[in-house]
Design a protein. Structure first.
Ligand SMILES: NC(=O)c1ccc[n+]([C@@H]2O[C@H](COP(=O)([O-])OP(=O)(O)OC[C@H]3O[C@@H](n4cnc5c(N)ncnc54)[C@H](O)[C@@H]3O)[C@@H](O)[C@H]2O)c1
Ligand SMILES: [Fe+2]
Length: 370
């Protein structure tokens, strides 16, 4: 028998649930079954907070926490993409700790358990349902704030591919490329040395290269939705243990400055980040090609180039923008390029890149991706 959101909340001993989602999902009717199961489990309907925008921010987090406090909520269920799940994680932090959110920004600044949190993703990309990080925007500063602690990770995640059937092709592509970036960056990250993360990265990439174009072409294909959802979750567990790298560092800074979608921005930087890391990560990139395309013959370098060209052709097939100019970002030169490079250099994601990246190299990557 399949367990429902309500069963999980009961198991976690939640009485009053805050249901975090976004306006589209609320209108879609897709939440009806979840609301019914939560109502049955706690003998009262959940308190609905559906104001999460795509590029969620600290004001939204504070509003959600205030609503939860007003209704004495003691459990959170979130249904949505990475923006919704990350917002719910930080609402949970706010609810438990109160005070100024900024005090907990950074890594491992939380020292006790939060309220029970159940995450139900509706995109196959971020893996946020299994990670202990949350990214929310500080619009005033044009920065993405990172909160990271094992206590932030959801207690339970439910993967239901039916919830992804409505995802339009361009978002299927962009979110799927986020998962591919997680798999590739985490496989070469400095923290990656375990069979555990190796297995997760390789299998998730194999699933994504096979099924993402199918899900893009036919969003109603439940097998493709299921495979990409499982793969993005696996890649989430992998990068949660291994870290990501320069591609995420740059995507976070450009995303914070210009509000571009996280997965799409990663996709644009991915081939450039791979070429940049190739001298140190050649064997690892070649190992990915050997796994996902065992019949491909050639040298280590051939296999590296093959992986990069697989990424580029997949983006092309899914009609994704190939560079930053195509998404109408102003020319990145002078002070603007320097500011973005500084933001990327200070981003926690870049710590795990397999080699050091200087400011000059970051500016060069911004230039190449333009
Ligand atoms: N915490 C982590 O581990 C982690 C990892 C990667 C990215 N992120 C963060 O996640 C966010 C991006 O999340 P995302 O890529 O899932 O996109 P998103 O959550 O921002 O959603 C993008 C759009 O898709 C719509 N949408 C979501 N599900 C849908 C569905 N089933 N049908 C139709 N429309 C749907 C949303 O309404 C929204 O308009 C960024 O803020 C990024 O920084 C977090
Ligand atoms: Fe990501």
């Amino acid at each position: 028998m399949a367990l429902s959101a309500g069963d999980f909340v009961r198991e976690l001993k939640g009485n009053k649930v805050l249901l975090v989602t976004d306006a589209f999902l609320e209108r879609s009717g897709m939440l009806d079954g979840i609301i019914a199961s939560l109502t049955e489990a706690s003998a009262a309907p959940p308190v609905l907070f559906s104001d999460v925008p795509a590029d969620s921010d600290i004001d939204c987090v504070n509003a959600g926490a205030e609503l939860a406090r007003l209704h004495d909520c003691d459990a959170i269920v979130c249904v949505g993409g990475g923006s919704v799940i990350d917002t719910a994680k930080v609402i949970n932090l706010c609810l438990t700790y109160g005070g100024d959110l900024m005090e907990y920004q950074g890594l491992n600044l939380i020292d006790r358990s939060l309220f029970p949190l159940v995450a139900i993703p509706t995109t196959a990309g971020t893996g946020s349902e299994v990670t202990f990080v949350a990214m929310v925007k500080d619009h005033a500063q044009k920065r993405k704030l990172m909160f990271g602690s094992p206590y932030l990770a959801p207690d339970m995640a439910i993967l239901d591919p039916e919830l992804l059937l409505s995802l339009p092709p361009h978002l299927t592509a962009a979110t799927g490329m986020d998962a591919i970036t997680h798999g590739i960056e985490s496989f070469v990250a400095t923290n990656t040395n375990s069979s555990f993360t190796n297995a997760l990265c390789l299998e998730s990439l194999s699933l994504l290269f096979k099924w993402l174009p199918v899900a893009y072409r036919d969003g109603r294909d439940i097998e493709a939705r299921s495979a990409t959802l499982i793969a993005s979750c696996m890649a989430g567990v992998a990068f949660n243990n291994s870290g990501v790298g320069v591609v995420h560092g740059l995507a976070h800074s450009v995303g914070a400055m210009f509000g571009t979608h996280h997965g799409m921005t990663n996709a644009i930087f991915l081939p450039h980040g791979m070429r940049f890391n190739m001298d140190i990560a050649a064997e690892r990139f070649a190992a990915i090609t050997a796994f996902i395309e065992p019949d491909f013959a050639g040298t280590t370098e051939d296999k590296c180039q093959r992986l990069i060209s697989r990424v580029e052709s997949l983006m092309h097939e899914m009609q994704m923008p190939a560079n930053l100019a195509a998404i109408k970002i102003p020319k990145l030169n002078g002070e603007l390029a320097q500011e973005l490079a500084l933001m990327a250099a200070a981003d926690p994601a870049i710590i795990f890149n397999p080699k050091e990246v200087s400011l000059e190299e970051l500016r060069d990557l911004l230039d190449k991706a333009y």
